[in-house]
Ligand binder design. Sequence first.
Ligand code: GTP
Ligand code: MG
Length: 265
Amino acid sequence: MANSKYEYVKSFELSDALLPHTWIVIRIDGKGFTRFSQAHGFTKPNDEQALRLMNEGARAVFEDLPDVCFGYGVSDEYSFVLKKNSKLYQRRASKLVSIIVSLFSATYVMKWGQYFPGKEIQYAPSFDGRAVCYPSDAILRDYLSWRQVDCHINNQYNTCYWNLVQSGSSPTEAQSLIKGTLADFKNELLHSRFGINYNELPPIFRKGSLIFRRKEETVVKVEDGVPVKRLKSQVVVTHEDLIKDRFWKENPSILGTAGSKKSAS
Ligand code: GTP
Ligand code: MG
């Protein structure tokens, strides 16, 4: 290819390749979703349809990028983990972040009508994104545990707050009653004032959403009226604990190890 005198401008493009042999986590977060959720009348504190729509965006990322091995979503954010040895787009941060963010956003809008039939989307949502590398399985698990603990703390606080406000407390009263209180106090408040057993709230609210591939028995064809089943890798979304060892032991293929845990902190 002929060189023009302008070619030199390429030298201004710096490499943004992420550190090799580390877990890459791309976390995306809805821009101004406090306003977006109000503009679209999302149920407070959790809108199940909105959360399921986020999971649909994550599913599209999984289907497009086989190197994404795990995802965790809560509220307006999603974290995607790329395999430690991934060479996708030479591990270039800007490529990976921009592809995930745009695919997720486009899917969110495309599938909106399925989750909010009859409710028109008022304006285009957008998501920011960042890439962070984690050098060990233990630190990656601590990162994911951090997000799930955050989900729990926020959900417990928001469930108390909105029940108080919806039952007549002013936002200031609700805030001052629960600010700085321990989990037991909030559980007791929910139970005694509103008859809510926190642990019986839907797991999608309490645990967030985990997305990963799992081998499942699937009907591949029907022969003479008999279903023929095969083990096939399926993308599944669950709402379970990822902090304890159990999940990683049950799904060792995600991290490619037995998933033994030693906290890095
Ligand atoms: P930036 O991310 O900094 O742009 O701000 P943000 O307004 O998106 O706030 P942030 O990401 O910190 O928090 C997400 C916000 O989205 C929450 O505070 C809620 O207001 C809103 N949100 C997310 N999920 C739900 C939901 O299921 N129901 C309702 N009602 N609101 C939600
Ligand atoms: Mg946000």
